[in-house]
Ligand binder design. Structure first.
Ligand SMILES: NC(=O)c1ccc[n+]([C@@H]2O[C@H](COP(=O)([O-])OP(=O)(O)OC[C@H]3O[C@@H](n4cnc5c(N)ncnc54)[C@H](OP(=O)(O)O)[C@@H]3O)[C@@H](O)[C@H]2O)c1
Length: 260
């Protein structure tokens, strides 16, 4: 029996992936930090498809020992899909971080995802499809969101490189770069503040999950989600770098987010 491992399954986007993978008939191995949230989610999914096999394991991906406990729990399973959704979008000036917060965000967004990739490569079914949820922010230098953007940029770069290493080995890797996604209340506020642009560019978690799974089915290495985000990405390529950084700084400098 093969499993689909989803990190960050208890979040908005993670749940959308869990539902769509369940509807595809996949067996699920779900993780997030909270055992209570995971068992609630598993119960909801089970009522949607009573015959499904759904395993859960609470794990802090920023913690090596916690990851080791998950690896021990899952050591006898085979994985045909890994979806790294977990992430922390702490957003503030770099000087306002402390050392703990800094390592937490980098580990949750980058180290944790790579660690799960390595585990699933070593416990793969005949074929393995990896989806890494990065962000369009990772394509830019983002003052006041610098650690998030840099960690997501690193995740995208790693994913594309791994996809090439794994070519012809039955493993595909797809880096997914969403723009804003209708999720938590603070993200909804941010989308609202963007006015018409927010309305055009922001997508639902269900849309992002469906596009990601479809890109993964096709073996795509990198997906920018949504036509508006693609357009702005290509326009940004012709804007002088120093102007782009100033624009990014101005759009982010009044936002402070640190609830993780
Ligand atoms: N929302 C957006 O606009 C947007 C845009 C682009 C990219 N993304 C990316 O999409 C992903 C999901 O975002 P979302 O909006 O669904 O966020 P969310 O609802 O806040 O969910 C985040 C998920 O990550 C998990 N998580 C956070 N830190 C963790 C850690 N150290 N160890 C294990 N799990 C951890 C959380 O688990 P707990 O339940 O235990 O807290 C939760 O399941 C993130 O990687 C984010 O960067 C989001």
């Amino acid at each position: 029996m093969d499993y689909t491992l989803i990190t960050g399954a208890t979040g908005y986007l993670g749940k959308a992936f869990a539902v769509q993978c369940l509807d595809r008939g996949e067996n699920l191995y779900l993780t997030g930090r909270s055992a209570d949230k995971l068992s609630d989610l598993a119960a909801q999914l089970k009522s949607r498809r009573p015959s499904a096999t759904i395993a859960t394991f609470a794990c802090d991906l920023a913690d090596e020992q916690s990851r080791a406990a998950l690896f021990d729990d899952a050591k006898d399973l085979k994985f045909s899909r890994l979806i790294n959704v977990a992430g922390a979008d702490i957003q503030k000036a770099f000087a306002l971080y402390d050392q703990n917060k800094l390592t937490f965000q980098i580990r949750a967004n980058f180290e944790g995802a790579l660690s799960m990739c390595l585990f699933c490569l070593n416990h793969r079914a005949e074929r393995l499809k990896i989806i890494n949820i990065s962000s369009i922010c990772g394509e830019y230098a983002m003052p006041y969101f610098a650690v998030y953007a840099a960690s997501k940029g690193a995740l995208t770069s790693f994913s594309v490189a791994l996809a090439e290493e794994c070519r012809k080995s039955g493993v595909t890797v797809t880096a997914v770069l969403p723009g804003a996604v209708h999720t938590r209340p603070d993200v909804e506020e941010y989308i609202k503040a963007q006015g018409a642009w927010g309305k055009i560019a922001a997508k639902s978690p269900e849309y992002v999950a469906a596009k990601s799974l479809s890109a993964s089915d096709k073996g795509k290495k990198k997906l920018i989600v949504g036509g508006a985000n693609k357009l702005i990405y290509y326009i940004s390529k012709i804007i002088p770098g120093c102007l782009l950084i100033r624009l990014n700084a101005n759009s982010r400098k009044h936002t402070y987010k640190d609830a993780f």
